[in-house]
Design a protein around this ligand. Sequence first.
Ligand code: GDP
Length: 296
Amino acid sequence: MAFENLSTKLQETFKKLKGKGKINEKDLKEAMREVKLALLEADVNYKVVKSFINNVKEKSLGANVLESLTPGQQVIKIVNEELTNLMGTTESKINFSDSGVTVVMMAGLQGAGKTTMSGKLALSMRKKNKKPLLVACDIYRPAAIKQLEVVGKQIDIPVFTMGNKISAVNIAKAGVKHAKENGFNFVIIDTAGRLQIDEALMEELKDIKEEVNPSEILLVVDSMTGQDAVNVAETFDKELNITGVVLTKLDGDTRGGAALSIRQVTNKPIKFIGMGEKMSDLEVFHPDRMASRILG
Ligand code: GDP
C-alpha cells in the first residue's frame, strides 16, 4: 500500500514529540527535519516539501505550540491540516454539463490506467442513475478498442466504436452525436496514450477537445512513476488545461510522492484515485482522509 514508509517515519517522529511533554525550539526543529526527510524519501517534490515545512513551522510558532500543554498533539494537528491543504482540502466532484450530455475526456500516457478508469467511472455514473456511453478513440494500439469493449461487456455498458480507420476526432464527434440521439447523458472518451508525451498525441487531444467541448478533461497518471507523474501532469495541463487528475495504482507499493505533489504543482484537483484493477474500485479522492491515513 502507498505511503507505508512515510507513515511509519512520521509516526516515529510524532511519538517522540508526544513522549516529551514539554518541547523546546530545538525539539521542534529536529522534528521538522525528520518530517522533511520523510517527505523527500516518499518522493514528494522538493519545492513542495520546502513550502510545506515552512508553513508548518510558521503555524506552530503562530499558535504558540511550545507554550501549550500538549505541544506534540498541536504539532501533529498542524501537520495533518497542512497535509490536507496540500492535497486540496476538500473532495472535488465531477463537473456535469448543463446541456444534458456530460462529456468527459480521459487522457494520459499508455498504461496509466485510462481504460480501467473509464470503466470504473462509467459504472459509478450508472449507480448515480446516469446513462453512460464509452467511446473508443485509441485507434493506434491494436488491442485498445477490444480492451474497452471487454471492459464495457464486463460492466454491461455500451461501447461506441468505429474501428481504427477513422480519425479519433471524428470518432469522438460521432460518439457524442450517437449519445445525444440515443438517450445517453454521460459520455466517456477513452483517448490514445503514448509511451511518452509527443506532439502528435497532444495535437490529437487538442483537436478532440475543440470538437467535443468536454466538461471534464481528466488526466490519468500512474502514481508508481513518482515525480514523472508530476511532470506529465504539468505538461498535459499546460497543453490541454485539464480539469482534474486521476491517480492510479495507489494500491501498489508506490512511495506516494505524486499524490502529495500534483495538486501544488499543477493547481488542479485530484478527483479520483485508482486502488485496484477491478471495476468496483473507483474511489473519490478525499484529501482529509488521505492525510489521516498517512498520519496513522
Ligand atoms: P491505459 O493504457 O491508460 O488505458 O491503461 P489500462 O487501463 O489498460 O491499465 C494498464 C494496466 O494497469 C492494466 O493491467 C490495468 O489492470 C492496471 N491498472 C489500472 N489501474 C490500476 C490500479 O488502480 N491499480 C492497479 N493495481 N492496477 C491498475
